[in-house]
Design a protein around this ligand. Structure first.
Ligand code: ZN
Length: 441
């Protein structure tokens, strides 16, 4: 019996020691000293955010976040906070409205002459950068020196969408992510992934968002995540449906008007913006990057199918939390200016895409027969190493920048189409389906 105990204990001790130094297994960081560091408030500032107090190494809880935002709201005439739903565990999902004209109703915001931007953090609650960046930006707008940003646009900010996942927190919620110290969980309390739920509408979070989109009719929708997996130099990657989608004019506006300005702002502040990155071989980028065709169960493709300009931000998980939050701040600030500056063209693009008359609609896209192009890729050196534990090969990232030319693989070839129906006939007993249809606007 004693011997058995001993043999059981040893692997447990080994496991604990690996867990305690989990971050040591991450590849080396690339040195970074961006200008955007100057955005961080001094610890003596009465409006320093809970994240900034920790040097952007930690992120506040749901209660701390909402208490801080409530306090900001009480100190500024330009903010109002509303609950837009209740999570599976009973937490309020909060929407922060920011408007210099004090337009705080759906009616006022949807008919305002200013653009309306909806941005959300924490749909995957461990990927929380957008919450801390949004708090800093709202502070600078409302009690700092950036009130003029509200001349460009009205804002809707959801600091935490997956509120229950946010409170299911641990130091090991995302072991491949460099901070914050404690992070939330990917799925909701029922283990459903909110960013696969946009056309299923089974979660409180996505039902709430669908209603916000229906009621407020925003002009831009931004969903903020953090990547997992591969290493590269880019810190802020983002994208939208560029080809093979349902909103070609919106795609052009995003590519030609929006992206160049946001990329430049990020570069000016010391960040390295890049496209959404998915390694063709699932390991490194030697065989190219794939621009995947996602179904509308995802936020940005749901936006595309509704002709709502939509952007997916994926901050790079191997960059420190501080760098990711600051890059998100720079993105959001320039986003407000660019949408305001090009709003006429954006409205025309939205109207044009909404007015398309189509007899058939593509329901599935596949890979092109050949890569679209070759692109310059700001990678990190790596080698394949055989694992002594599994016997399989894994990628060992070396922390040394390298520039590669890699194939750009597009997934925009129509492979399946259906005629557009004149109407749908849904028998009354399918009440659940009817309810979901109502949610889709
Ligand atoms: Zn995510």
């Amino acid at each position: 019996m004693k011997n058995l105990r001993k043999s059981l204990l040893l692997p447990i001790i080994g496991f604990i020691s690996i867990q305690a130094s989990g971050q040591d297994f991450l590849p080396p960081t690339l040195p970074w000293e961006g200008k955007s560091k100057s955005l961080i408030a001094d610890p003596t500032d009465p409006w320093v955010t809970p994240g900034e107090i920790t040097g952007l190494t930690e992120s506040p809880s749901y209660e701390e976040t909402m208490a801080w935002l409530e306090k900001l709201s009480e100190s500024s005439p330009y903010i109002a906070i509303n609950s837009i739903g209740v999570s599976e565990q009973g937490r309020a999902i909060q929407l922060v409205m920011v408007s210099k004209d004090q337009d705080f109703t759906a009616q006022e915001l949807s008919t305002s002459k200013k653009p309306l931007i909806l941005f959300q953090a924490g749909i995957h609650a461990g990927e929380i950068d957008g919450k801390d960046a949004g708090m800093m930006l709202l502070r600078d707008i409302n009690v700092g020196e950036k009130l003029e940003l509200l001349d460009y646009a009205n804002l809707l900010f959801i600091p935490i969408l997956n509120v229950d996942g946010h409170e299911r927190k641990s130091e090991y919620g995302r072991v491949n992510q460099r901070g914050p110290k404690v992070m939330g969980w990917r799925t909701n309390a029922n283990n459903l992934n909110l960013n696969r739920d946009y056309t299923k509408l089974e979660t409180a979070g996505i039902k709430a968002i669908a209603q916000v989109i229906n009621n407020y009719d925003p002009d831009l929708y931004v969903d903020i995540h953090v990547t997992d997996g591969a290493d590269y130099q880019y810190d802020i990657t983002y994208g939208f449906v560029e080809t093979g989608g349902y909103s070609p004019e919106i795609s052009s506006w995003l590519a030609e008007k929006f992206k160049p300005e946001v990329d430049q702002a990020l570069k000016d502040q010391g960040h390295i913006p890049g496209p959404l990155l998915f390694a063709a071989n699932g390991q490194d980028f030697t065989e190219g990057n794939i621009a995947f065709s996602f179904s509308p169960r995802f936020s940005h493709t749901y936006g595309d199918i509704r002709h709502l300009p939509a952007i997916l931000i994926e901050n790079h998980s191997l960059k420190p939390f501080e760098q990711r939050v600051l890059g998100t701040y720079v993105f959001l600030e320039q986003m407000i200016k660019s949408v305001g500056n090009h709003f006429d063209e954006l409205q025309e693009a939205i109207a044009s895409d909404r007015d398309q008359s189509m007899e058939t609609v593509v329901v599935k896209f596949g890979f092109r027969d050949t890569p679209a192009d070759s692109v310059e890729f700001l990678g990190v050196k790596s080698e394949l190493v055989k694992s002594e534990i599994t016997g399989n090969e894994y990628v060992d990232w070396k922390g040394e920048p390298t520039t590669q030319i890699v194939p750009s693989i597009l997934m925009d070839k129509p492979v399946s189409s259906v005629p557009v129906p004149k109407a749908y006939w849904i028998p009354v007993e399918w009440a659940e389906v009817i309810q979901k249809w109502k949610c889709t606007g």
